[in-house]
Each structure stands twice: as C-alpha cells, then as structure tokens.
Unconditional design. Sequence first.
Length: 126
Amino acid sequence: MITGIDHVAVVATDVARAAKFYTEVLGMREVARLETSHSGTLVFVGLGETLVELFGGGKPKATGDTDEVGYRHICLGVDDVDAEYERLKGLGVDFYMEPTTVESDLRIAFFRDPDGSPIELMQRPK
C-alpha cells in the first residue's frame, strides 16, 4: 500500500549552491546530508513533512521548455503570495510570472531556482 510521497528529487549543477538557495532563500531546513559512492553528496531539505532531495552534477537543460517530459515544477503553498513575492524579490530572486489571480481565485507566481528549475508560489482562497 502506498502511504504518501516521501520526497521529490531535484538535480542541480552544484548541490551546495542549491542547498543554500533552498534553505537560505526559501526557508527550508536541511534534514540530512549523505555522501554516496554513486551520486556524490545528496542533501535533503524540507518544509514540514515535505522533503526535497538535491543531487549535484547535473547538466543544464537544453531548452528549458516547460513542455519537456518530466515534472513541470515544485509548488510551495504560501499564506500571502504578494508578501512572499516581495520578500524573495528583496533577496534577488527573479520572477518570470509576477503574482497573478487565476481560475478559482488562486493567486500564483513563478520563479526559478539557480539552475532554472521552475518553482511556483500558490495562495489558495480563504
């Protein structure tokens, strides 16, 4: 029986840079760091029960096209998209979609991590 999603893996060009971004900019906490013979250093970061496993040594995507096969983005739930947008902009994060209200009154915004992987902020209606 499947009981839940344990973690999502993200491949980065530089695992130390990725870990710093996910912890210092996005506010996740480092949960574990493993040295492996097959994949080098792995860093697990998390928010609540949700974990992201960061791998290093990746190669940049050829196109960055959002229609490439695979996971499209990570979505972070927030209480206030506009406040989080301002906080992240103040830390130098470049958004490619500013806060916008979409269907069902969801408020969203999009930016990229240091390797260009898309991350969404989403505020559900109250």
